[in-house]
Design a protein around this ligand. Structure first.
Ligand code: HPA
Length: 244
């Protein structure tokens, strides 16, 4: 069963015929909310809004460990995460949908592993942070419904909740990042630790700080408007993906 983690702008899946609203407690605490299990175009999916049902949990306060654990408990064996991002690369402007293939982690202070102090130490391979099989399925689904997506790109995960300075974005650019968001890590690493294929659909909602029309400031209203428009296209891709 697919698990969908919804980010900002995707706190519910309107077409999901919810059968079950499952509250799962984990050894790591509570996830962001109940997991909604239901049918999306006839296919069973589990949905979890990352920021909580009322969008009240900030990126640095999300219990990522509980979220991934709870999705696995619910029977999820592949996770598609939807995340809004700022575009660093000039061709990644608002309303672009992209599929990152690499990741750089700039977050700090987040509980980011299931490896416990008193257990044998393990190191997961993160050379390819996203599942190539799952990415291909998303690309194919997008193609079938005629939605254009940019395939590939480096996602920089920043701590937030504030946006970046222009100089910070220049640094991320020098590091090779194409988009910037606040929730991509430790989600990807935790899914890998549990052996769950994971991929992210990035929804560009603004030019990153100092770039394009964000040269002097980023306006929240513009960001929300771009998100509202693009998220409907993401939902079409998700429906097609899970139906197949
Ligand atoms: N920076 C970090 N996270 C984001 C941005 C951004 O510009 N836009 C959406 N999420």
């Amino acid at each position: 069963m697919y698990g969908i983690i919804g980010g900002s702008g995707l706190t519910n899946l309107p077409e999901l015929l919810t059968k079950n609203n499952v509250s799962i407690e984990t050894p790591y605490g509570s996830p962001s909310g109940p997991i909604l299990i239901g049918l999306l175009d006839g296919a069973e999916v589990a949905f979890l809004p990352r920021h909580g049902p009322g969008h009240t949990i900030a990126p640095h306060s999300i219990n990522y460990r509980a979220n991934i654990w709870a999705l696995r408990e619910a029977g999820v064996d592949e996770i598609v995460s939807v995340a809004s991002v700022g575009g660093i690369r000039s061709d990644l402007g608002p309303e672009t949908i992209m599929l990152p293939d690499q990741l750089i982690d700039y977050t700090w202070g987040r509980l980011s592993t299931y490896v416990q102090d008193d257990a044998p130490v393990t190191h997961v391979d993160m050379t390819e942070p996203y599942s190539s099989d799952l990415r291909k399925k998303i690309v194919d689904a997008a193609e079938r419904v005629g939605e254009r997506i940019i395939v590939g790109g480096v996602y920089a995960a920043t701590q937030g909740p504030r946006l970046e300075t222009a100089a910070e974005i220049n640094r991320l650019d020098r590091d090779g990042a194409d988009v910037v968001g606040m929730t991509g890590m430790p989600e990807a690493a935790l899914a890998r630790e549990l052996g769950i294929p994971y991929a992210t659909i990035g929804v560009v909602v603004n030019h990153a700080a100092g770039r394009g029309d964000s040269r002097t400031r980023i306006r929240m209203e513009d960001l929300e408007a771009a998100l509202g428009r693009a998220i409907q296209r993401v939902q079409r891709i998700l429906r097609e993906l899970t139906r197949a």
